[in-house]
Design a protein around this ligand. Sequence first.
Ligand SMILES: [Ca+2]
Length: 307
Amino acid sequence: MVANTSPSHSTDSVAPVAGRTWESAEPTRPLPAATPRGRGRKFGGLAALGVIALGAAWAGWKWNALNPEAGALPIWKVKVVKVLPHDPTAFTQGLTFDNGVLFEGTGRYGQTRLKKIDPATGRTLAEVECDPRIFGEGIEVLGDDLYQLTWQNRVCLVYDKTTLQPRSKRFSYTGEGWGLTTDGKTLYMSDGSSILKVIDPADFKTLRRVRVRDGRRPIENINELEYVNGEILANVWYEDFVARIDPATGRVLGWIDLRGLLTATERPDREMVLNGIAYDPATKRLWVTGKNWPKLFQVELATGGGR
Ligand SMILES: [Ca+2]
């Protein structure tokens, strides 16, 4: 299908948010600490070393320390049940299951698409191109609607889940849109920070927020989401570990180790991150994939959660 460029679906009317909002106060994509250059004139050698050490520690804590194996929480390995083909041009931002079909939403301006996939074969059943002015993010099906977040367009588009055609209704929000899932009543949305927002699907108002924490440590860059049996599974940007989160408190209950699903040859680009989790509660099937991955995996958790 052709891209929808009709004025009724324009994203231009969404006004930018003025002022400092609660969301904008969140460190959505913090930059690493600047590398100190040269020798500071105001500091002695020891003081400069201390500043460097503190900066390095902060940067490491922020960026390199998502190391569940060094923590106290249980880690689950997975068993691959089935390997399906996945479109390597799909910059996967959302994956979900509804009524026998996998739904996938992709991102990037001019390349954002929605598709239906046969979970038995990986075959594409239907596909539409979205408005080229949006950068698609997380998707979720609730009732007859398919919700699609956008990265920085600050709008959630709503589609007919059967035809994948856009509806007239849409919602604006502040901040970025990353992942989306549902418990069947409310939506859960991530924005790249450690915050999960609980959203009323009727008006997209935020009902409450929880901060995702492993112990005392906030987990930033929460990405694609999937509600599974009272928990939320969450991709973490650039990580191959999926967090199991208590949606009531944000507490991380454990981690799922998905390292090694693709070989280094199959995954030559650092941006080919794991991003996409879908679950069918009726058959307990769980699928995962990633951005531009050539494969879609049906997996099951290995028993235990031991170390
Ligand atoms: Ca999902």
